[in-house]
Design a binder for this molecule. Structure first.
Ligand SMILES: [Zn+2]
Length: 442
């Protein structure tokens, strides 16, 4: 058992529903008690310390501790093709993503990239991730093994593709069924790991394969579904040609029984009102991937519409590496802010940090385990330095956050100017997973 002393911020409600000022808790001098990877106590230092007078305290004064970030959509095999130049979605997949994924036939290669991927998540303060692997079952197995050895929360699954991709990356409905079934039995709900049925997107699966995905979902109702939806206009045209019987993109997944309350859809840029409504009714989630959407020129996600009271949808933030350009959820928030600005909307800092923590946890139905500092939850948390660069320190020279106005300003500075340099430490399940080598040099 140990305690951590610092300023703390977490969320207890949805700032898109209640007023942002009612959605969070801020403690200028707080104490978090951790025991066996769980949160044992949390409150003001003076109040909690009297109950635990003897325990060791780690002091992160002049820092801000928040729950670990949740990345609701990322591709680990695309780690090594990040920053690939000059194409939009369908050509980018052909030219960069597919050739990159072919190398994952080799489990040694898959393990090496998975290790780097998890190190990069920790360096950026991400403690939970929803991840696409590749079509090779071994690349999924290796991924889960590496996740398990780090005790990180990961939701992942083998990608299903049986058309419109290189021959070497195609499976078929039957092998997809058996491989996924084996992987579900091996990994779903094992420790902190969960399984997702993962048809890549409508273009790369035949109706027969989508049917098999739906069959798996019926057999294992508490596994997740994770796929892409309505990302790019050329994609939309191709989907309507491949599935002429469907009135819109979402219906392709609905027909296969893949739209439910554990379904996570990446992007959702070109959704109709009817699709928003149906997603809301189904309790499905959208992963908002702003750096990716701008980098490969897909378009602007309408966050305001997605959170509209008429059809509210659970939204999480997502890096979508390798079409996304950073593992940092701070940089992702910065991009999200710009995407909303371009649509005459404003994403203020508290809702942005909500999306990256409790909002993401709710979107993936893990909010009873992670997402804030409620007693009994798993202790994933990160230590933020709002003076991590000379410019950030110049912008906010003060060493404490004494008012709500200052908190908002510092959070905004972190989301606009911050990146991995602002993460001083990352704790996963109560254990130190990363410490910034520059920590304490100020
Ligand atoms: Zn993606």
């Amino acid at each position: 058992m140990y305690g951590v002393r610092s300023a703390f911020l977490d969320f207890i409600d949805d700032p898109f529903v209640v007023s942002p000022t009612e959605s969070y808790r801020y403690l200028e001098d707080g104490l978090l008690i951790v025991e066996d990877g769980k949160i044992k106590a949390f409150g003001s230092y003076d109040h909690i310390r009297t109950d635990y007078p003897e325990i060791e305290i780690i002091d992160y004064s002049q820092r801000l501790i928040i729950p670990g970030f949740v990345d609701t959509h990322v591709h680990y095999p695309q780690t090594e093709i990040i920053a690939s130049y000059g194409e939009q979605l369908l050509q980018w997949l052909e030219k960069y993503a597919f050739p990159g994924e072919e190398r994952f036939k080799d489990p040694l290669h898959a393990r090496e990239v998975a290790g780097f991927f998890f190190d990069e998540l920790a360096r950026n303060g991400t403690t939970t991730a929803v991840v696409m692997t590749t079509v090779f079952p071994e690349s999924t197995r290796v991924f889960f093994e590496e996740a398990q050895s780090r005790n990180i929360r990961a939701i992942a699954g083998q990608v299903m593709m049986d058309r419109n991709a290189p021959e070497s990356l195609l499976d078929n409905p039957e092998t997809a069924y058996h491989n996924n079934k084996d992987l579900i039995k091996e990994w779903h709900n094992r420790g902190r790991l969960c399984y997702t049925i993962t048809p890549r997107f409508a273009i790369t699966s035949t109706p027969e394969q989508l049917e098999v995905a739906g069959q798996l979902k019926r057999e294992f109702p508490d596994v997740y579904v994770h796929t892409h939806l309505s990302e790019n206009q050329e994609e939309l045209v191709t989907v309507s040609q491949l599935f002429p019987e469907c009135k819109d993109y979402l219906e392709v997944y609905e027909k296969a029984g893949l739209v439910g309350d554990r379904s996570i859809f990446a992007h959702g840029i070109y959704l109709s009102n009817s699709e928003f409504k149906r997603l809301s009714e189904a309790g499905s989630a959208i992963a908002f991937c702003p750096t990716s959407n701008m980098f490969i020129g897909s378009g602007l996600f309408n966050l305001k519409e997605a959170k509209s009271p008429a059809h509210p949808i659970a939204v999480g933030l997502a890096s979508d590496v390798g079409a996304g350009t950073s593992f940092s959820m701070l940089k992702t928030m910065s991009a999200a802010y710009k995407v909303t600005q371009l649509q005459k909307q404003t994403l203020s800092p508290l809702p942005a940090f909500y999306l990256a923590t409790l909002g993401g946890a709710k979107a993936i139905h893990l909010d009873s385990y992670i997402g804030n500092f409620q007693i009994g939850k798993e202790s994933d948390f990160i230590v933020l330095n709002w003076q991590a660069t000379p410019l950030m320190a110049f912008r906010h020279p003060q060493h404490s956050i004494e008012s709500v106005e200052k908190l908002n300003e510092i959070l905004f500075s972190l989301m606009i100017l911050g990146d991995d340099r602002s993460i001083d430490a990352t704790y996963i399940g109560g254990n130190l997973a990363y410490r910034n080598p520059d920590y304490m040099t100020w």
